[in-house]
Design a protein around this ligand. Structure first.
Ligand code: LLP
Length: 430
């Protein structure tokens, strides 16, 4: 691989886009496209920036815990990288638990926030002795108590609050409005706390959790949620209940376009004003922030198709590889990997090969002219990219590659076509 040696992350060097010391055209040549490429140094930097902002504002004596929400990107190499930095883990399924354990996370740094927890998952979490179950519903609480009873264990539980707040960059990722399925009212939390303490021997309530949405760009959005968490905490304490842990969620944004992003110091300031005085262990669940800007989807232009209504840039990546534009109308910057020297631009509809008109990464996007065979990067695809990819149209999942300085590793082999069908069978009576 061709080396430079200076910059980290995604940058241009002599007209070619690099990740750390490695040229993306070399990566495409060696591993093919479409491919997800991640920068370890960007992940480290994101973790350190967030940790740094929080460390300045929050007390040292009760160290806060960042639990990486691994739904954003659950590759076990990425998990290992974050674990090595001292991060905790937030999981939403038994699969994510297994990934976390494989990456070396200890149970005492794992929080489960899953919705509609299954009994197998609860059992596996108790087996791993996880730090905390964030409980979504009374039925979940009863199940956790019953299973913990069968296993002779005690589960630490927190109750998720629904503060009825609109937060997040898109309606589908806003999770704290009263019409959303998530969380409980303050009144319900009181009932649950009381039941847990008075009637259930195998759960110990430790606190409250909240997550109001994703890609939240204004620190102000968090403030009413923090106020409510503080109020509920005080009410519960006034009734004699113990609150030792508050999980204040994730939702930290990244840059996709040129949007304003959250002022972390202002955010940390609200935490300091509303949560710190409660003298609790503070937990947070950032997902996108840790990995979003650390990854790209590298793709090759198959051809340009011109129709009476416009020019289509047809990529080898499709909505099955990166579903965010089709699903949320999300913006991803599209950058050519190599400076072709062409000075003209066109407005392209950037599409994939999937048989749906919704397989559209960008509509009428102005871009330097490209030709068949050129490489482009769909930027900021490290979060909710591969983790939401599918085999739609029987397209194999793309390869995932991690770069760290001049180290390059395949951290997930490309799927083969036969791999897609490996669990299928044709019944004998057909
Ligand atoms: N905690 C809970 C309980 C969550 O539901 C989520 C995300 C997070 C933490 C992490 O949120 P983050 O820090 O990443 O914003 N697929 C969508 C995003 C869905 C987010 C779901 N929950 C997208 O591609 O934008």
């Amino acid at each position: 691989m061709h080396m430079t040696n200076s910059k980290t992350g995604f940058h241009n060097h002599k007209g070619v886009m690099y990740v750390d010391d490695v040229s993306l055209s070399d990566i495409a040549r060696e591993y093919g496209t479409p491919s997800y490429v991640y920068s370890a140094s960007v992940i480290r930097e994101q973790y350190n920036v967030l940790e740094g902002a929080l460390a300045c504002a929050l007390p040292k004596k009760k160290k806060h815990l960042l639990c990486y929400a691994c739904k954003a990107n659950s590759n076990i190499a990425i998990l290992k990288l974050l674990r090595n930095l001292g991060c905790g883990l937030e999981i939403v399924s038994e699969g994510e638990l297994v990934r976390g354990l494989k990456a070396g996370f200890k149970g005492n740094k794992i929080i489960s926030t899953s919705f509609g927890k299954s009994s197998d998952e609860i059992r596996a979490c108790l087996e791993a002795d996880i730090l905390q179950f964030n409980v979504e519903a009374e039925a979940e609480l009863e199940m956790i108590n019953a299973i913990a009873g069968q296993m002779g264990k005690i589960a630490r539980v927190a109750f998720r609050l629904n503060p009825d707040i609109v937060g997040g960059g898109h309606s589908k990722i806003s999770t704290g409005r009263k019409e959303d399925k998530f969380g409980n009212t303050a009144a319900k939390i009181l009932v649950l706390y009381k039941r847990a303490v008075e009637e259930m021997e195998h759960v110990t309530p430790v606190g409250i959790s909240m997550h109001i949405g994703s890609q939240i760009s204004q620190a102000d959005t968090f403030r009413p949620g923090f106020e409510q968490i503080a109020e509920v905490t005080e009410d519960l304490r006034a009734q004699g209940f113990e609150i030792t842990h508050l999980d204040i969620g994730g939702g930290f944004p990244i840059v996709y376009d040129n949007e304003d992003i959250l002022d972390l110091d202002e955010y940390a300031g609200w935490v300091k004003d509303f949560i710190v005085p409660l003298d609790v262990h503070i937990q947070m669940e950032p997902g996108r922030y840790m990995v979003g800007n650390a990854g790209i989807l590298l793709s090759q232009v198959r051809y340009i198709k011109t129709t009476p209504s416009g020019k289509f840039m047809v990529l080898d990546a499709g909505m099955n590889d990166l579903v965010r534009p089709a699903m949320y109308g999300a913006y991803h910057e599209i950058r050519p990997i190599q400076n072709s020297g062409r000075t003209t631009t066109s407005n392209y509809d950037v599409v994939g090969p999937v048989c749906e008109s919704g397989d559209l990464f960008a509509k009428g996007r102005e871009c330097q002219d490209v030709e068949a065979g050129d490489l482009v990067a769909l930027m900021s695809a490290g979060a909710y990219g591969f983790s939401m990819a599918s085999n739609y149209n029987s397209r194999p999942l793309p390869v995932e590659i991690l770069v760290d300085g001049d180290n390059v590793a395949v951290i997930n082999k490309p799927q083969g076509i036969e791999d897609i069908m490996v669990r299928e069978s044709i019944p004998s009576w057909l």
